[in-house]
Design a protein around this ligand. Structure first.
Ligand SMILES: NC(=O)c1ccc[n+]([C@@H]2O[C@H](COP(=O)([O-])OP(=O)(O)OC[C@H]3O[C@@H](n4cnc5c(N)ncnc54)[C@H](O)[C@@H]3O)[C@@H](O)[C@H]2O)c1
Length: 368
């Protein structure tokens, strides 16, 4: 019989960067057992299983989800599998930790949230970038009111040669749902809105481009196990102007491959009525990433806080485990992932139709 003190039993799907992060961090948690792992690459499945001490190895997610001994299913699989895996797991009474984006579309994300609500199980999404030490420190600074009212922000994630898994699932519209907008942009929309205190998104005006990917340029060497020979079907750059409640605005830019300096950079700029802030992360660095702009004794001053780095996946997994242990997950059925998915949906509609799109046109959230 399961008791409160029984170890939490976790099954992880996916053997790529994401799956390994889930596995590595679940096994770091006290009283948590990673009992099952699933993935298609046989050798890597054996290697990871051995390295992290996982007993049972499965060649498909269906076999893992069919087990009757799991408390948690953790999803590090391609985007098109998030909804089928999550819904099957929830219907089986499991809690779910799912990689970002929650799903390829808002409607798919909504089906996950509904399944979680019906099963009364938690769904957390691995929005790992907002868990960084610098983002958390900036958020505390904002919560103390030091920036005043933030009226404009910029969020950007740009790479020179950063198309992951060229010709595989990442570059398939059907499997990924989109390119850098849904892959990197969703992190940056999440980070910016989180820092701004979750304003409502009113409308978006987005443009997407596919200039380098279709020519076979911009591939990220050795990144993404599931490469292939399929055509390049998604954007390689997206830009959006996002109108928020209270007249605030957000500029978003997400690119896997553009002619720029050869680095992988993301950041957020915030302009407030009493202060400003800039976070610039170069090549996933964790030191010296934040500048805060203020006035001291009537003259402009720049503060460079010393911030302890923090691992995103560790923080996500720890909070998820704590939530389940607490026995209370009301309002934690993936609603935040659904909200972000609706924004990405609106961006793709806007880009396709070449017009500004109101979130009310795509937002079914009030019915959930
Ligand atoms: N939060 C982050 O920092 C972060 C970083 C990277 C990726 N991701 C997300 O994680 C997910 C996976 O990305 P990745 O880079 O690890 O991808 P990947 O292509 O490297 O790995 C995907 C894994 O899914 C497995 N898989 C595919 N079909 C399967 C099936 N039918 N049954 C069982 N396993 C199956 C593959 O075998 C592979 O091991 C994506 O949703 C991506 O957006 C998040």
């Amino acid at each position: 019989m399961r008791t409160e003190e029984s170890p939490l039993r976790v099954g992880v799907v996916g053997l790529g960067y994401a799956g390994e992060q889930h596995l590595k961090n679940f096994v770091r948690m006290p009283n948590v057992e990673a009992v099952a792992l699933a993935g298609l690459e046989e050798e890597r499945l054996r290697e990871l299983g051995e390295h992290y001490g996982v007993r049972d190895l499965h060649g498909s997610w269906e076999d893992l989800v069919a087990r009757d001994d799991l408390d948690v299913v953790s999803i590090g699989a391609p985007n098109h599998l998030h909804a089928p895996i999550a819904i099957a797991a929830l219907e089986g009474g499991r809690h779910v930790l799912c990689e970002k984006p929650l799903a390829r579309t808002g409607d798919e994300a909504e089906s996950i949230v509904r399944a979680a609500q019906k099963a009364d199980r938690a769904v957390h999404i691995a929005f790992t970038q907002r868990e960084r030490g610098d983002v958390q420190a900036l958020r505390r600074h904002i919560e103390e009111g030091n920036l005043g009212r933030i009226y404009h922000a910029k969020a950007t994630w740009m790479r020179r040669n950063g198309i992951p898994g060229m010709g595989g699932w990442f570059t398939s519209k059907a499997m990924a749902g989109g390119g850098p907008l849904i892959d990197l942009g969703v992190h940056m929309v999440d980070m910016a809105l989180y820092l701004m205190g979750e304003p409502q998104v009113e409308s978006v005006s987005c443009a997407t481009y596919a200039e380098l990917g279709p020519q076979g340029r911009g591939g990220w060497q050795d990144k993404g196990m599931m490469t292939g020979d399929n055509a390049y079907e998604v954007e390689d750059l997206a830009t959006a102007f996002i109108r928020l409640s209270d007249g605030a605005t957000l500029n978003l830019e997400a690119g896997w491959a553009v002619y720029r300096e050869s680095s992988d950079d993301f950041g957020v700029t915030l302009y407030g009525t009493d202060g400003g802030a800039e976070m610039k992360v170069r090549n996933y660095g964790t030191r010296d990433t934040v500048r805060i702009y203020t006035d001291v004794a009537g003259v402009p001053a720049v503060v460079t806080p010393e911030i302890e780095p923090r691992e995103g996946h560790y923080a996500v997994v720890r909070r998820f485990v704590e939530t389940i242990r607490s026995g209370s997950w009301k309002g934690q059925h993936g609603e935040d992932g659904l909200g972000r998915a609706r924004i990405i949906d609106a961006c793709y509609v806007s880009a396709l139709e070449g017009r500004e799109v109101s979130l009310r046109d795509v937002d079914e959230e009030e019915t959930v």
